[in-house]
Design a protein around this ligand. Structure first.
Ligand code: AMP
Length: 364
């Protein structure tokens, strides 16, 4: 079986690495000559909407998936006319547009921040008569890792903030006073079987994920499962999904979902019985899903801007390094490391050492 992947970054790379034991081959479309995943399969080098490359991809791949949600929706729709594309393009269309996504959550009675559509300065001024400060102005499309977002603290800032959006269709949303940011990662296969991973607690700085820790037996696990199952079933979803949630005094508010494997699930590589990458492949091939049980205490730290030396990481007990084969660049995720231990205090000690090491190379 050959899996086609749109995008050849670290997520595609880890999908391919987990697919080899299953006997899978990979064909990867990516515009960059040296994208990290392309050494692990056939590389179709060109733009995502190149008709000849898309025809080749549809012809060669048995199933196509993607590693990021900004793949043009028309491309996924075109491919879906020729071969199986999972998750189906409807999920992609919703996840690409923050307004569609928030409306979708509302249709499913899933709580979110208060929000309003903003297409001009007057819209923003009007919206801020009913939304409390602080609030966040976000472009509807192409935003990730906090990009295209401006925090609004007072009405005096509105004109300047709207100018900075350069006319991009946007939404404004209230700031959610969360105690924790968490995500739930789940997989659903075509025949309807669903599995859930234990919640991840996620720490972001400047909008970029730094640390995710697996929360075993979390009090909000069932509430999060109930929310994500509504999303999965409404979309007749196939594959891994990651739903990002804010915990406000034990009540969950949805922020966004990613129709793909997710950075907050990287601890599952060593920390779960079956990784999110393997379960994504199993789901899109309609194979039995693997156990999502956590193996002891486990978490993950990102290396941003540059990675520490492999030796420094591996001298930390229970640490595992995952390098993405990417050149260091300011603010760029270039690697992550996981910790997994049966012993809670050993786990915390190792995680603290790993965090210090990651901070020493972080340039953002
Ligand atoms: P996003 O791109 O929407 O995932 O936003 C990146 C990060 O900004 C989130 O992980 C939060 O830390 C923060 N953030 C985004 N929206 C809100 C909100 N409405 N209230 C509080 N924090 C937010």
């Amino acid at each position: 079986m050959k899996i086609g992947i749109l995008g050849g970054g670290q997520l595609a790379r880890m999908l391919a690495l987990s697919g080899y034991p299953l006997g899978l081959e990979f064909i990867i479309l990516d515009p960059s000559k040296d994208a990290g995943a392309t050494r692990l399969g056939k590389h179709l080098h060109g733009q995502y909407d190149d008709p000849a490359l898309l025809a080749e991809l549809a012809e060669e791949a048995d199933v196509i998936t993607y590693e990021f949600e900004n793949v043009p929706a028309e491309v996924a729709e075109f491919l879906a006319e020729h071969t199986q594309v999972y998750p189906a393009p409807n999920a992609l269309c919703i996840a690409q547009d923050r307004l569609e996504e928030k409306n979708f959550f509302h249709q499913l009675n899933i709580p979110t921040a208060d929000f309003a559509t903003v297409n001009c300065l007057e819209d923003l001024q009007q919206a801020m008569t009913s939304i409390a400060y602080p609030a966040i102005l976000k472009s509807r499309r192409m935003g990730y890792d906090g990009k295209g977002q401006i925090v609004l603290k007072s009405s005096g800032q509105l004109a300047q903030a709207w100018d900075a959006m350069q006319g991009a269709p946007s939404i404004v949303e209230s700031f959610v006073p969360f105690q924790r940011e968490i995500s739930i990662i789940a997989a659903r296969r075509a025949s309807g079987e669903i599995v859930f991973y234990p919640l991840s607690e996620n720490i972001h700085q400047q909008g970029i994920l730094r640390v995710s820790e697996c929360c075993k037996n979390d009090a909000l696990q069932h509430q999060a499962e109930d929310v994500v199952v509504r999303v999965l079933n409404a979309l007749d979803y196939v594959g891994i999904i990651a739903l990002e949630l804010f915990d406000v005094n034990g009540k969950l508010f949805a922020n966004e979902f990613a129709p793909r494997v997710h950075n907050s699930g990287h601890w599952t590589i060593e920390g779960a019985e079956t990784s999110q990458f393997e379960n994504h492949l199993r789901a899109i091939l309609d194979l039995p899903l693997g156990s999502t049980k956590a193996r002891g205490h486990t978490g993950m730290v990102n290396f941003i801007g540059g990675a520490a030396s492999t030796e420094r990481v591996l001298e930390i007990p229970h640490a595992h390094i995952h390098l993405y084969d990417k050149d260091p660049r300011k603010g760029r995720k270039v690697a992550h490391a996981t910790i997994r231990s049966d012993d809670a205090s050993q786990y915390s000690q190792s995680l603290q050492r790993l965090l210090k090491l990651a901070q020493s190379t972080d340039d953002s």
